[in-house]
Every structure is written in structure tokens, then in C-alpha cells.
Write a protein that binds this ligand. Sequence first.
Ligand code: HEC
Length: 98
Amino acid sequence: MHKRTPILFVLSAMFVAGLSLSSAQADGPKPCVNPNSEFASVKAACAKGGQDEAKKMMKSLVDKQKAAGNEIKCNGCHENLKDYKLKANGKADLKKIL
Ligand code: HEC
């Protein structure tokens, strides 16, 4: 009986983690700071799944650029990755790669 206790503990911990995950999803995705972006692709991603979706879209853009040999980074255009405040060059740089 004693040997089984840790397994039960792990299982119940996973169950609790699963519960809190699903309740987080019930709140819906975090909306974009600027849901009316002038960039159609950003706007569409924000409408579809908020900041999470915008992040995915940005990541795939960055990956494409990297694959083409253009090393760009999130913080090359964003001041930070908390509210995604843009640097002065952010919009112009995005226009170049869209
Ligand atoms: C070439 C410049 C550039 C790069 C590199 C870039 N972004 Fe962006 N990002 C932008 C621009 C421009 C917008 C649109 C801002 C607007 O219209 O208000 C944006 C919007 C976003 C948004 C939506 C913000 C909101 O809430 O309104 C997120 C999230 C985001 N970027 C995440 C990322 C992440 C994560 C990376 C790295 C994987 C990244 N970006 C790389 C330029 C860039």
C-alpha cells in the first residue's frame, strides 16, 4: 500500500493541473493590445485567438525568415514580450517581410 502512494499522488496532481488548465481555457484567450492592427494578418490572428494566435503567426513569420537566412528576433521589433510594445522600426520592418 505504501508503495502505491507516490503514484496516486502524481496522478492526483496531474488531475488538478488538468482542471486548472481547462478552467484557464474557459476564460478565453488574452485579447490583443491592438485588435485593430493595420496588418490584416495580425488583425485576423487576433480575431481568431487573441494574443496567443498572434504570437503563433509571428513565430511562423520569424521561422520563415530564418529559413531564408534572415536572422530576425521578436525583440528586434518589440520592446518586450509582455505587452508587445513596438519599437520605432517595428511596423516598417514587418511591412518588408509580409
Ligand atoms: C519584423 C518585425 C517584427 C518581428 C520580428 C516580430 N513582430 Fe510581433 N508584431 C510586429 C508588428 C508590426 C505587429 C502589429 C502591431 C500593431 O499593428 O499594432 C506585431 C504584433 C504582435 C503581437 C500582437 C500584439 C497585440 O496584442 O496587439 C504579438 C503577440 C506579437 N507581435 C508577438 C511576436 C513574437 C512572439 C515575435 C517573435 C516570434 C514577434 N512578434 C516578432 C512586428 C514584429
